[in-house]
Design a protein around this ligand. Structure first.
Ligand code: TNX
Length: 487
């Protein structure tokens, strides 16, 4: 009995001193003693830290040391320490527990995506969004800048893209945040702002589908010179950029060249999703090609199209990110493929192995932040599946791959906040948090260190931490029901 008592004491003691950092650091050892909050921090460049984002935080009774190899590691050590300090204060204590954290991310790419094309965000709102994600060690913000419902970035050679393409009458009747665009100067400033927080901005120019706003501005971009307006409803449009016109490739090359100058990030997203080829196949060029080669398929034209777009990217020193569609037979070597569609995980991983592609995992099952967090939580999203906090937490971005395969094929993880029903920043935060906290551990923390129970024990602190920063979130009410029923 006495023995059991000591075992229990041993188990519960370190738990009560539990630090609540999210994402969970990969190695924490506790030492004896405590350290005053006001203790000076010593910074040391340490070339033995091999991961550029890795760091070590050592808290001893009389000193705090942060060791890092690059500014990113230093920034992340500071984020961990900042959270720890806030926790200590909230618990009414005045000293840190002594400990050593040795930490580095599991994946190099840990992203969130926002969709200012569907509903316009102000630059100041994107800054707020970046401030919060950076604290949770996300290092890429993917900007979905062009779509049927809006073109949001200035392109100097094609002024109508923003004169016409950045405005629409309404969105399914709603008058909110329909209009607006970013000048290149504003965007460059945002790039710097993000970089100071170790966040790189990844631009997306979605081609050849989701292009109504571009076609509304320049009808020649479509196969039939169609005259349309910027789309005012959700859904998939058939007005693709035309594969058969040299001027379309010149257009894409010009846009990519201008955007490459604005966004220093090596990765450039070229969309590639949901592009029905009906109008391509009606074009005389498709008919001619089909006559010469009767086994030719529409999706072969799509492959050809991406190879041409890729040559513009290569010219600008960029690497393509693509929403992978399994029926497209071949993508340019060196592209990084998104796993996104529901129920396609095994096929996409198979394809990655076969074709040697790296994958960014963003599956609807775990990472679509436009989906509601509970059933009937939100109006007008009836068609969407539910994506609970717990489900996001259960996400292992390497699925059942071996560690070797994980290293070879999984580049990282991304949550997508599609914007059709996200009309303002208040809703954007509500959809993002607390699920992004769960996703941050999927991207950063190794599986043996991840644990749902431990995660929800850290949650209360983080909800208060967010609240103090004025960040909206969805209260995870189902969890309090869970704890109540246990009592
Ligand atoms: C599909 S996911 C899309 C988006 C929509 C989203 C809504 C993807 C690559 N394309 O255009 O916003 O569904 O959930």
């Amino acid at each position: 009995m006495k023995k059991l008592y000591y075992i229990l004491l041993f188990i519960t003691l370190p738990l009560s001193a539990q630090i609540k950092i999210i994402p969970q650091p990969n190695e924490v050892t506790y030492h004896k003693g405590s350290c005053q909050l006001s203790t000076q921090i010593t910074y040391k460049q340490d070339n033995l830290i091999t991961n550029p984002e890795g760091y070590q935080l050592v808290i001893k009774p009389k000193n705090i040391t942060i060791k890092y190899a690059t500014d990113a590691g230093k920034f992340y050590a500071e984020q961990s320490l900042k959270q720890l300090k806030a926790q200590v204060k909230l618990e009414g204590k005045n000293a840190f527990p002594c400990l050593t954290i040795t930490d580095a991310p599991r994946f190099a790419y840990r992203a969130l995506m926002i969709d200012p094309a569907r509903h316009y965000w102000k630059i100041s709102e994107m800054k707020q969004y970046i401030d919060v994600m950076a604290q949770y060690k996300f290092n890429y913000l993917h900007l979905h800048l062009t779509d049927d419902q809006g073109w949001r970035i200035e392109i100097k050679k094609y002024p109508k893209l923003t004169e016409i393409g950045s405005k629409r009458t309404d969105f399914e009747g709603s008058k909110r945040n329909n209009d607006g665009f970013y000048t290149q100067a504003e965007m460059k400033e945002l790039v710097q702002y993000a970089l100071e927080r170790n966040v790189q901005l990844v631009p997306e120019f979605d081609v050849p589908g989701h292009s109504d706003a571009a076609v509304a501005a320049y009808p020649f971009l479509s196969c039939n010179d169609t005259i349309i307006g910027v789309r005012t409803t959700a859904g998939v449009s058939k007005n693709l950029l035309c594969f058969a016109k040299p001027e379309v490739y010149t257009f894409m090359d010009d846009v990519i060249t201008e955007l490459s100058e604005v966004f220093p990030c090596k990765y450039f997203h070229i969309g590639g999703d949901e592009a029905p080829t009906d109008k391509w196949m009606e074009h005389p060029e498709a008919k001619r090609l089909l006559q010469a080669n009767p086994s030719l398929k529409a999706q072969d034209l799509m492959s050809e199209f991406f190879h041409k777009v890729n040559s513009s990217l290569i010219k600008n020193g960029k690497q393509p990110l693509i929403w992978m569609e399994l029926d497209i037979p071949n993508y340019p070597q060196g592209s990084i493929m998104y796993l996104w569609r529901y129920r396609t995980t095994p096929q996409v991983l198979e394809r990655a192995k076969k074709d040697g592609f790296k994958v960014i995992t963003s599956p609807g099952e775990y990472a679509y932040f436009d989906y509601p967090q509970a059933k009937d939580d939100l109006p007008n999203v009836g068609w969407m599946p539910t994506l609970t906090l717990q489900r996001v937490y259960e996400f292992n971005p390497a699925f059942n791959l071996t560690t070797e395969e994980e290293k070879e094929y999984i580049f990282g993880v991304e949550a997508t906040l599609w914007g059709e029903s996200v009309k303002d920043l208040f809703r954007a935060f509500y959809m993002t948090y607390p699920r992004a906290l769960a996703l941050s551990e999927a991207g950063w923390t190794q599986m043996p260190q991840r644990n749902w129970q431990a995660f929800i024990e850290k949650l209360d602190f983080h909800l208060q931490y967010l609240l103090k920063q004025g960040v909206n979130y969805r209260p995870p009410v189902e969890l309090s029901q869970l704890t109540n029923s246990k009592q």
